[in-house]
Design a protein around this ligand. Structure first.
Ligand SMILES: Nc1ncnc2c1ncn2[C@@H]1O[C@H](COP(=O)(O)OP(=O)(O)O)[C@@H](O)[C@H]1O
Ligand SMILES: [Mg+2]
Length: 360
């Protein structure tokens, strides 16, 4: 458990939640429907837009449920959710591999599957000939796709496989195979790149390489839709993030917007007396103790009032500042689902920077 310390008396394990909270969160960060769009938002050009996208598989599983996704032109968009949340299903629909049960999707201004020249994707495991070299595999694809052969060396360089281009596909590591898959997706020099968990299964080094690659690919005009269950991965390379859980979009916005600046972080002594005073002042719902520091779920503007109240009660306040929540905290608050949060891990995205909050 991540939030311990003061016991049930002071705090609930997780903040209040439910449909109401989720709705607030979505509207707060501007992912609501047309009715809530400001004129400014309507002017933003979207590379991908879905409205009420729903997919029910023949076995009855509703994999995505009324999903509204807004990917802006030129951005790197992180599509974040635990395993089984519906990411692959959504992406299959976006690239035209599958039809939705209901709802609509617009991809580079047209229906999925029609703008294929402008869309490159790595959604299903790419099919390469194991006994052909990387270069010959790409050659076969250019012929099939009617792409000039001159693109081959360019994309090999882009994914850093030039030196290994003459080696057989079967001799490649998983990371190299994935990078070749990205190279294939780049052959058409697409304006939109859709990548479904390209880091999945890679070792830490492979994850770092893939992350740097995606970051580079997203520079300039190109739009990238990247799915992941690695918080740290999307946090570090994405302009905006959509969080999906059990087929539903629970939040959409920039990493900074999702994190928010709500709440205060407080250190005070003695801890027990401070906790009791805080609960009296703010109510038990608003007070959590996390690794020796209080997290107060109140507007940061109340800092002076809280400080005064504590000092008056004879409590020493050593630190009081606006709290920035980790994306992991945000996920927990939005979904209220510790299981999902555990699956959406910080992961070994960069061995040197355990970013994205503490592991559970
Ligand atoms: N072909 C399929 N037939 C039936 N159910 C499926 C199929 N593909 C995925 N599902 C189910 O749909 C849900 C979403 O899966 P998926 O889109 O693969 O999620 P994610 O990519 O986020 O892990 C899961 O419950 C999964 O078991
Ligand atoms: Mg998937």
């Amino acid at each position: 458990m991540r939030h311990g310390g003061c016991g049930g008396r002071l705090t609930r394990e997780t903040p209040p939640r439910g449909p109401e909270l989720q709705k607030q969160a979505i509207s707060r960060i501007g992912a609501g429907g047309d009715a809530e769009s400001t004129p400014e938002e309507l002017l933003i050009e979207l590379a991908i837009e879905t409205k009420g996208l729903t997919k029910r598989y023949s076995n009855g599983i509703v994999a995505i449920d009324n999903l509204d996704l807004h990917v802006r032109k030129g951005e790197v968009y992180g599509f974040l959710g635990p395993n089984g949340a519906g990411k692959t299903t959504t992406m299959r629909i976006l690239v035209g591999l599958m039809r939705p049960s209901s709802g609509t999707a617009t991809v580079v201004g047209t229906v999925p599957g029609h703008g294929l020249v402008q869309v490159g994707s790595l959604v299903e495991a790419p099919a390469f000939y194991p006994y052909l070299s990387a270069r010959d595999n790409l050659k076969a694809l250019t012929r099939y796709a009617g792409v000039p052969g001159s693109r081959i060396e360019t994309v090999l360089a882009e994914v850093d496989l030039t030196d290994r281009a003459h080696d057989r596909y079967s001799s490649f590591s998983l990371g190299m195979k994935q990078r070749l898959g990205v190279a294939a997706a780049l052959l058409k020099d697409p304006q939109l790149l859709i990548l479904d968990e390209p880091s999945n299964g890679l070792d830490p080094q492979g994850i770092v390489e893939m992350r740097d690659l995606v970051r580079n690919l997203g520079k300039g005009e190109r739009t990238v839709l990247l799915s992941s269950h690695q918080l740290a991965e999307v946090e570090q390379i994405c302009d905006r993030v959509g969080v999906i859980l059990r087929g539903k979009m629970v939040a959409e916005g920039t990493v900074a917007e999702l994190r928010g600046q709500t709440g205060l972080a407080l250190m005070a002594e003695p801890e027990q007396a401070a906790g009791e005073a805080l609960v009296r002042l703010l109510g038990p719902e608003a007070v959590r103790l996390d690794a020796g520091a209080f997290r107060l779920d109140v507007p940061p503007g109340r800092a002076a009032e809280i400080n005064r109240a504590l000092v008056t009660s004879g409590i020493d306040v050593s630190e009081l500042r606006p709290a920035a929540r980790s994306l992991e905290d945000v996920f927990l608050q939005l979904t209220g689902d510790p299981v999902a949060t555990a699956e959406v891990t910080s992961g070994p995205v960069h061995p040197a920077t355990p970013a994205g909050g503490s592991p559970t």
